[in-house]
Design a protein around this ligand. Structure first.
Ligand code: SF4
Length: 272
C-alpha cells in the first residue's frame, strides 16, 4: 500500500498553521544551559487550546504531570526498572492515546526540582515522556543534565516534533503515526534521517492496513538498517498473536512489542 501521507523529507504535512511560544532565539537559563527556541508545530486555530497548559508556564520551568518509578514497557529496554518523567501537553490526539490525563493536568516545576526528583528515585534508567515532551524547550537542558548525571536517558516522542536539538547521548524512541492513529499527517518525516543506531522507531498498529502502511515506510526509509524497529498492537484492536504472524510474513527484523504495563497492571491505571 502506498504511504500517501509520506511527504518529501523535511516538509511538514499540516493544515498550514504554525505556532511557537513567541521566542525566536535560544535563551540561557541559570543552570548554564542553552535552551533551544520553542518547537514550531503545525496546529489548527481550533486546536490551539491544546497548548495552553504549557504556554502559560513561567520561562525556565517544565510543566510536569508526574514523576514515578516503574517498569519500562515500550522499547528494547522493556522489563527494566525505570524512572519516568511525564511532561504535560500534547498537540496531537491519537485515537488509542492512554495518557489523556497528561493533556492538561500538571504543574510547573524548576529544572533543579525535576532533576532532584529523578535522582532521589535512583536507578540507571530514566525516560522523559508525555504528552509530547519536545513541546517544552526546557526539556533539552533536562535531558542534558540527566545524561551528565550518568543516566541512560530515553526520550519518547510522537515523531511530530523536530528531534535535531536533542542531546546525542539521549536514546530517542520515535513514534511513526499510522493512519489508524488519526494523526498520520503530523509525522515529521525529516526526523527519520536524524535517527542514530542508539535510537528506536515505534509504530502502534490499529489494523492490517496500518501494518501494511508501516511496513512500506520501514522498507522505503530502510529503517531496519538505521536502528531497532518495533511494532506494537493498539490494545484491544489487534491481537499480539495476529501481529506476530504478520511480522513473520515480512521477513524483516521488526521487533514485536506488547504494551507491558497493560499486562502487568490495570490497563487504565496511572503512574505505572
Ligand atoms: S502523541 Fe502520545 S500523548 Fe499525544 S495523543 Fe498521541 S499517544 Fe497521546
Amino acid at each position: 500500500m502506498a504511504a500517501t501521507n509520506d511527504p518529501d523529507p523535511g516538509k511538514l504535512m499540516s493544515s498550514g498553521f504554525t505556532i511557537s511560544d513567541g521566542r525566536d532565539d535560544s535563551i540561557i537559563v541559570d543552570v548554564g544551559t542553552t535552551i533551544p527556541a520553542a518547537a514550531i508545530v503545525p496546529i489548527a486555530p481550533t486546536h490551539r487550546h491544546r497548548l495552553r497548559p504549557i504556554e502559560q508556564k513561567p520561562a525556565g520551568t517544565l510543566v510536569v504531570h508526574e514523576i514515578y518509578r516503574s517498569i519500562q514497557g515500550e522499547s528494547t529496554f522493556a522489563g527494566l526498572p525505570c524512572v519516568f518523567v511525564r511532561l504535560t501537553g500534547c498537540h496531537l490526539r491519537c485515537g488509542y492515546c492512554d495518557t489523556p490525563h497528561a493533556f492538561f493536568e500538571g504543574a510547573p516545576r524548576g529544572l533543579d526540582q525535576v532533576v532532584e526528583a529523578v535522582l532521589e528515585l535512583g536507578g540507571d534508567l530514566v525516560e522523559i515522556t508525555g504528552g509530547e515532551p519536545l513541546l517544552q524547550p526546557e526539556v533539552h537542558p533536562l535531558l542534558t543534565r540527566l545524561a551528565d548525571a550518568g543516566k541512560t536517558v530515553l526520550l519518547e516522542t510522537s515523531g511530530a516534533v523536530d528531534i535535531a536539538p536533542v542531546d546525542p547521548r539521549v536514546r530517542v524512541i520515535l513514534d511513526i503515526k499510522t493512519p489508524g492513529s488519526g494523526e498520520a499527517a503530523a509525522n515529521l518525516w525529516s526526523n527519520l534521517d536524524r535517527l542514530r543506531p542508539t535510537d528506536e522507531v515505534k509504530a502502534v498498529l490499529c489494523n492490517r492496513g496500518d501494518f501494511d502502511w508501516a511496513v512500506d515506510v520501514v522498507r522505503r526509509h530502510r529503517l531496519v538498517d538505521r536502528c531497532p524497529v518495533l511494532f506494537s498492537a493498539a490494545f484491544g484492536a489487534v491481537g499480539p498473536t495476529e501481529l506476530a504472524g504478520w511480522i513473520l510474513e515480512t521477513g524483516l527484523p521488526i521487533r514485536l512489542q506488547v504494551q507491558l504495563h497493560k499486562i502487568l497492571w490495570d490497563p487504565a491505571a496511572r503512574g505505572v
